[in-house]
Design a protein around this ligand. Structure first.
Ligand SMILES: Nc1ncnc2c1ncn2[C@@H]1O[C@H](COP(=O)(O)OP(=O)(O)OP(=O)(O)O)[C@@H](O)[C@H]1O
Length: 240
């Protein structure tokens, strides 16, 4: 479970995130939409303890997030737009090394199983990651979340640049993780994908979460209309 309580981030006089209240339940997929600079990446960076909050708190399950806390790192998976791996090592070697950093030790069969659960083709498991496509690197990221038994997964524009088939396959993997109880917070500009994969969709604007929608309750075109109207409308001052 993820929870933000009045979570706020200032950079000098600028407010990148403004009193965010948000809960993402176990097994829920929540997609964050919003224009460039709205505060989406700031939100996930605060949840992962990459940066320190100016005010408020973020929780992963019952743990308060504190920057650099090893217990938090063990509970989370992170898939940025480009998953960083060691190019000269194979997918299996990367997974062995990265899962070991999280205190987990698996044999080759177990590591292969995680990669296969993440839908990496069997023939790619022993190939150097330098030969992998973007979608294949993301599968290693998913396999790492599985190996860590992460309870929360954060994704920052993971499907940008994936072809529609790879993007669809990626959504299916996220749904499988959610069925295992993982709380998933995904930043995306892809309204179609958000509607397809999420349980709820939030729209951020100028550091505030200004709209939250049940993804099943809106059509693709309604989501697009609400997004455009929300982003175009003048922002009301707090208390107005
Ligand atoms: N280290 C920093 N110092 C100053 N301002 C920052 C810093 N990091 C982020 N910001 C500002 O905070 C705001 C929110 O940034 P953030 O990266 O969260 O936006 P975003 O919604 O993820 O945008 P995008 O869709 O472009 O990725 C932006 O105006 C950004 O310039």
């Amino acid at each position: 479970m993820l929870r933000a309580l009045q979570l706020t981030k200032h950079y000098g006089n600028f407010t990148a995130l403004d009193h965010l209240d948000l809960e993402v339940e176990n097994g829920e997929i929540f997609c964050l939409l919003g224009a460039n600079g709205a505060g989406k990446t700031t939100t996930i960076n605060l949840f992962m303890g990459f940066i320190e909050a100016s005010a408020g708190q973020a929780y992963i399950d019952e743990l308060v997030v504190r920057p650099g806390d090893a217990k938090i790192k063990q509970r989370i998976g992170y898939i940025p737009e480009n998953v960083m791996l060691y190019p000269e090592l194979s997918g299996l070697q990367n997974l062995a090394y990265l899962s070991q950093l999280s205190g987990k030790k698996y044999n080759k069969t177990q590591l292969s199983n995680f990669l296969q659960q993440a839908s990496l083709q069997a023939e790619a498991i022993h190939q150097p990651v330098a030969q992998y496509s973007k979608g294949m690197r993301q599968k290693v990221g998913i396999a790492l979340a599985l190996a860590k038994k992460a309870s929360a997964l954060f994704l920052d524009e993971p499907t940008s640049g994936l072809d529609p088939l790879a993007s669809n396959e990626f959504s299916n993997l996220l749904q499988q993780l959610s069925q295992r109880g993982v709380s998933i917070l995904m930043v995306t500009h892809d309204l179609f994908r958000a509607k397809e994969v999420a349980n709820r969709v939030g729209i951020m604007k100028a550091g505030q979460l200004v709209e939250v929608l049940d993804a099943n309750a809106v059509s693709h075109s309604e989501l697009e209309r609400i997004y455009v109207e929300t982003i175009s409308a003048p922002l009301l001052a707090v208390g107005a």
